[in-house]
Design a protein around this ligand. Structure first.
Ligand code: SF4
Length: 165
């Protein structure tokens, strides 16, 4: 997607909180790269905020370990409505290679509602930016109280061998 296309679907600034629900940190590094000077998504208004109480969007990375289950729920419940959730990475989308681990209660949509899945291990910043634009569209529909499709947006192709729980 070209920058001008992104501007058309970013009518307002997005305030974002992140949650590592058990990620290896690979996805988090790509999220940081998306915010950094090379991709600089802040120029389109996306801004990290220090508390979920100010956030419109929650970015979750990782497959949700047993330890993180209640914390993920609590962060989600602290965000004001309307809100959207983006899962970044195969682990959060499906559990990926860890899906049979004794210590997982994920993927993320087992714990909280998910609006956009960004596949990849780890997804590139371009895919994360595309996922953000889809989240913006959903958020705008929720703000205008328009009927929202239940279809969940998916970005990128699930990798071969990815197994849903
Ligand atoms: S999808 Fe890949 S990079 Fe992301 S948390 Fe899982 S193993 Fe790490």
């Amino acid at each position: 997607m070209k920058p001008l296309d992104i501007l058309e679907v970013l009518p307002r600034s997005l305030w974002v909180t992140t949650c590592n629900s058990g990620s290896c940190n690979g996805c988090d590094i790509e999220v940081v790269a998306t915010l950094g000077p090379r991709y600089d998504i802040e120029r389109f208004g996306m801004k990290l905020v220090g508390t979920p109480r100010h956030a419109d969007v929650m970015i979750v990375t990782g497959p949700v370990t047993r330890f993180m289950r209640e914390k993920v729920k609590r962060i989600y419940s602290q965000m004001p409505d309307p809100k959207v959730v983006i899962v970044v990475g195969n682990c959060g989308c499906s559990g990926d290679v860890f899906y049979k681990s004794y210590n997982l209660v994920g993927p993320v949509d087992n714990i909280i509602p998910v609006d956009v899945y960004v596949h990849g291990c780890a997804p590139r910043p371009e895919a994360i930016i595309e996922g953000v634009t889809k989240a913006v569209l959903k958020l705008e529909s929720l703000r205008k109280k328009e009927p929202v499709s239940n279809v969940v947006e998916t970005v990128g192709e699930p990798v071969a061998g990815e197994v849903a729980l």
